[in-house]
Design a protein around this ligand. Structure first.
Ligand SMILES: [Zn+2]
Length: 265
């Protein structure tokens, strides 16, 4: 792992060049007034029009970052490659708190996903200590939708709300035999099929049950433990990784999707 990481991390000058290309394209512009009329000194810039001093990252979510660029790149490489928190601490020489905070920052930049599922859809619930998770997957695709419900049970209205939002009419909905799904075709136009687990029927819900298995493994391996407070964002990270795996190919592909110059406050 260490050797792999070593070869993955570019020099500081290469990272700077890469960031410049991702953030500004061909020409650096002022994050405040967008003027391309700027001075450059060392690694800092100043706008000739509005006089604002800025750096490459001033106008992005990385503004104010204190980490050396190679440490930042290593940290992001670890996160995109699902390197566990503990191992990332050792590889990057950072504290657990620092690694968890940065992983949280990376997670916060992920685009929100609100998919509409259709065709054959499998749906199921998973229970955590004080939260319940409802998840649905379109069979044979990478589209999944989920919602968290407070408490350790899911009611029929919770399920109904979720279906209204994410399941297209005239889809086929496969669930287990849980009572909350009973009569579902009466409130939303779906063809409802059920696996009765007591009768050892699992075929109709095997993909969604597989997803829950992957989710639990992902959380345990990468984060070791997660408090309920962070569970929703970590599940959102999991679904983003599943739905858009190409975003996690490298730090570069992640930054391409998340770096935008936003005007100053
Ligand atoms: Zn300016």
């Amino acid at each position: 792992m260490k050797q792999t990481l070593l070869y993955q991390i570019p020099t500081e000058a290469q990272i700077r060049k890469q960031l410049k290309k991702i953030i500004f394209g061909h020409n650096v512009f002022c994050p405040n007034c967008r003027s391309r009329n700027i001075f450059k000194t060392e690694n800092r810039y100043r706008c000739k029009k509005c006089k604002l001093p800025f750096t490459l990252i001033s106008g992005t979510w990385l503004k104010g970052m204190k980490l050396p660029l190679r440490v930042f790149w290593s940290l992001l490489w670890c996160w995109t490659q699902k390197v566990p928190v503990l191992q990332t601490q050792k590889l990057c020489g950072l504290s657990e708190e620092c690694v968890r905070r940065w992983f949280g920052t990376f997670r916060a930049q992920l685009p929100a996903i609100c998919p509409n599922l259709n065709g054959i859809i499998q749906m199921d619930e998973a229970y955590f200590k004080s939260l319940s998770l409802v998840m649905a997957k379109e069979v044979g695709s990478r589209k999944i939708a989920h919602v968290f419900v407070q408490g350790n049970s899911v009611t029929r209205p919770d399920v109904a709300d979720f279906i209204f939002q994410h399941v297209k009419p005239d889809s086929q909905l496969n669930t287990d035999g849980a009572a909350i799904y009973k009569g579902i075709e009466g409130w939303w136009p779906v063809k409802h099929e059920r696996d009765i687990h007591k009768k050892f029927q699992f075929g109709k819900t095997s993909e969604i049950e597989g997803m829950f298995g992957c989710l639990r493994t992902f959380i345990r391996r990468m984060y070791h433990h997660v408090t309920p407070e962070y569970l929703p964002e970590i599940v959102a990270e999991f679904t983003a990784r599943f739905t858009h795996p190409e975003m996690f190919d490298s730090p570069d592909s992640y930054l391409q999707k998340t770096m935008r110059v936003v005007p100053f406050d």
